[in-house]
Design a protein around this ligand. Structure first.
Ligand code: CA
Length: 406
């Protein structure tokens, strides 16, 4: 499942891979598209999709310019954790989530028993993906997927999505004119077609897997997807923590896992100062807003959320929203009031300065991905700064200052 947020992250991470819209000339495109569509139909028929379905689903279909625009969009500023969190977990959404959790508790409990996912998480995903079903997308799914499958940039991936969507229509699970996001995500949990095909379930027993109108199907499909991606309902997702003075932020990384008992020995505590739970479980410390921001100890269910959506902000937001829906309060860490948002140009400047100093941030593409964060960590270590790998404005200033003397 890729929500809108996922695509934002994908877009940021794909900036370097941008290619041009394939039409070399206005005359060339219709011919190329018609041939492409003919060939697509042949493949779809070979996969068992009936011609009558293809004729009706693909009748008059054309690439949608707006879809390409949305696919090519580059955000001017990097996403700031606090802005992201306050947008996705606000009081209105928490309040509605609590109400819906109470209202649908018997159904959610039945789903939880069968699939092993706690109800509060099912409601939290629902809230983040479509605001509890309010926004399931207005684009023609087939039109959007045809556009992205014809466009060479990620043609293979979207061709597979398109064929999966046609197959779902062929099997009667959704209508020919199905609507979704500009990238073809559908229904209350914004499943992409292959996720829909592989994980959606018919929980109300009417023979259709309906992720728009059937709450039993909607909740059970999300639970089935999570369960088959490794969810373990004996545990929660993680928690906000307090780090001890002198904590080395170098050990804050998703790929560094230690038993909770070891984190306890290193001085990590719950935010209110109490001991960590005495359970046999591994966790990683993560600092999504850098060393001066909130700290989290995340468990294996957090990694399962990353299967659903690979954004680390999303995964924290869904866990935090679930906690709040369950009666919990806001994060306890305080948002700094002097936080400066870095632009893409700032990040590019940072990357170039790191390169000049012999660190390898990957391409200077304005995206602070894993390579850039690793390079920042190495630079921070070399100048005895807390090595959190976070691209802050303070770090950029430091690079600019130290750069000027060389
Ligand atoms: Ca059904």
């Amino acid at each position: 499942m890729f929500g809108i947020v996922y695509w934002k992250i994908m877009i940021i991470s794909c900036v370097a891979a941008i290619t041009l819209w394939p039409a070399a000339t206005p005359q060339a495109q219709p011919v190329a598209f018609a041939e492409w569509l003919k060939e697509l139909k042949t493949e779809a028929r070979a996969r068992g999709i009936r011609p009558v379905i293809l004729d009706s689903a693909l009748a008059g279909v054309r690439p949608i310019k707006r879809v390409i625009e949305l696919d090519r969009r580059q955000p001017e500023f990097t996403l700031v954790f606090w802005d992201y969190l306050s947008n996705s977990v606000n009081d209105q959404r928490v309040w509605r989530g609590r109400k819906l959790l109470a209202e649908h508790r018997p159904l959610l409990k039945r789903v939880a028993r069968k699939y092993g996912v706690q109800p509060r998480f099912l409601v939290a995903f629902w809230g983040l993906e479509s605001n509890f079903g309010d926004f399931t997308g207005k684009f023609s799914v087939i039109g959007a997927l045809v556009t992205l499958a014809f466009d060479p940039r990620r043609a293979k991936f979207f061709r597979e999505q398109l064929l999966a969507a046609l197959s779902l229509i062929n099997d009667g699970h959704m209508a020919v004119g199905v609507k979704g996001s500009w990238a073809g995500a559908m229904g209350n949990h914004q499943f992409i077609p292959t996720t829909y095909r592989d994980f959606a379930v018919d929980f109300d027993g009417d023979g259709r897997r309906d992720l728009w109108n059937s709450l039993p199907d909607i909740f059970a499909s999300a639970a089935n997807y999570l369960s088959r991606s490794g969810w373990d309902d004996r545990y929660t997702w993680g928690r906000e923590i307090r780090l001890p003075p002198g904590f080395n932020p170098e050990v804050s990384a998703l790929d560094i896992r230690k038993p909770l008992s070891e984190w306890q020995q290193l001085g990590v505590r719950r935010f209110d100062g109490r001991d960590l739970p005495a359970v046999d479980l591994d966790g990683s410390v993560i600092l999504p807003a850098g060393f001066n921001g909130p700290a989290f100890l995340v468990y294996k269910n957090y990694r399962t959320v990353l299967v659903w959506n690979r954004s680390i902000f999303y995964a924290i937001a869904v866990g935090h929203l679930a906690d709040r829906i369950n009666g919990g309060g806001p994060l306890l860490a305080v948002r700094p009031d002097n936080e400066v948002t870095l632009s893409r140009a700032d990040i590019i400047d940072m990357q170039r300065r790191l390169m000049r100093r012999g660190f390898d941030p990957g391409a200077a593409d304005g995206t602070a991905g894993p390579m850039t964060r690793k390079a920042i960590k190495a630079f921070q270590k070399s100048v005895h700064l807390p090595a959190d790998g976070f691209p802050s404005s303070g770090l950029l200033e430091r690079l600019r200052d130290t750069g000027s003397s060389q």
